[in-house]
Write a protein of this length. Sequence first.
Length: 143
Amino acid sequence: MTYTTSLYDTDFYTWTTQTAQLLKERRFSELDLENLIEEIEDLGRSEYRALGSRLEVLLMHLLKVRYQPEMHTKSWDLTIKEQRLRIQRLLRDNPGLKPKLPQAWEDAWEPALIQAQKETGLDATAFPQTNPFVLNEAIATHE
């Protein structure tokens, strides 16, 4: 098998601008379809990862508030509020993510738990091993 280096491999920025131009000009036969398909799929995965990241931060702060209340700060409350707003915006702008929300919520639990342990210094036994928060309540903006 011979591997040839393409513009995609050597200058991604130029590849994207040229690909956009080819699409605008409807020169479909000249497109690097294999890499274009890969990039479009990755865009979707990127939005899912963004949702997961927001959920992890939200969960971590909800855990900190509940299980280390003596350290509770306004900053934690503002982070919770910010994450809720960003999650709502992400779902509004990407309604196709809504069916994926329960899985993203489940996937966010363990990393959030680990991060909460790191940030609070509390032992793992101080936290529940299953998520005590209800998804719809946790992401709801409270205004």
